[in-house]
Design a protein around this ligand. Structure first.
Ligand SMILES: C[S@@+](CC[C@H](N)C(=O)[O-])C[C@H]1O[C@@H](n2cnc3c(N)ncnc32)[C@H](O)[C@@H]1O
Length: 215
């Protein structure tokens, strides 16, 4: 969450807690698990924005997710495309998280979810037979440009790529620990690259959401 937006975010989170209950119990379980085991899942405001975007874009049927973690955001997105007979393909590099996500997806009873275990820089390239209407990028920040370029090729015209945490904890514009220097530089260059070459917009939701639209 960006420091400057903390107060407004607290207000929004409170309202979300009051008015937007999860439909599926597994999502509440995963929220608790994420807090307990430090699993970095999407924030509640990103969750609501993701849901809203997918719900209101009725053409979104096939979704690709880069970075499954324990399956939280995957379930949130898959719920929205059930009535459209849609599909979600989701990629995770960490074996323990991949297995935990498998259990979560089973508990959710949702249809159309396919998991891939592996490195997305390798796995996305193998999906060339597939086309997606919506791509959610939420994995290693230093590889965002690679994830983006590989997956953009698989995006249908009219499709959207949603990039989470693109302002990386606010480190893009304020002091950051030295060890993050390369990631910050890469993300900053990536943001310029997106502005210069794509239909792109940057939103201060959570720690930054980037949206790309393919004309
Ligand atoms: C921020 S978490 C994803 C959270 C998830 N989208 C959610 O909100 O429920 C990022 C995940 O990406 C995975 N990851 C990192 N680099 C990856 C890569 N190259 N390929 C696939 N997964 C990767 C990490 O292991 C981690 O579980």
């Amino acid at each position: 969450m960006l420091e400057e937006l903390k107060e407004v975010n607290l207000y929004i989170h409170k309202k979300i807690d009051t008015h937007k209950k999860n439909n599926l119990e597994i999502l509440n379980e995963l929220e608790l698990d994420a807090t307990k085991n430090f699993v970095p899942i999407i924030s509640k405001d990103v969750r609501e924005y993701l849901k809203f975007l997918i719900k209101t874009n009725k053409d979104i049927k096939n979704i690709l997710e880069v970075g499954t973690a324990t399956g939280y955001s995957g379930i949130v997105m898959a719920e929205e495309i059930q009535e459209r007979n849609g599909s979600l393909i989701t990629i995770e590099i960490d074996e323990e998280r991949f297995k935990k996500a498998k259990e979560s997806f089973e508990k959710s009873n949702l249809n159309g979810i396919k998991q891939i275990f592996g490195d997305a820089t390798v796995e996305i390239k193998k999906l060339e037979e597939n086309k997606f209407d919506f791509i959610f990028i939420d994995a290693a920040k230093g590889q965002y440009k690679t994830f983006f370029e590989d997956s953009y090729k698989l995006l249908n015209e009219g499709g959207i790529i949603f990039i989470d945490n693109i302002l990386f904890r606010g480190y893009m514009y304020k002091e950051f620990p030295k060890r993050y220097k390369t990631i910050v530089r890469k993300l900053d260059e990536f943001i310029d690259f997106l502005y210069e070459n794509y239909e792109f917009t940057l939103l201060p939701i959570s720690d930054g959401v980037g949206l790309v639209y393919k004309k």
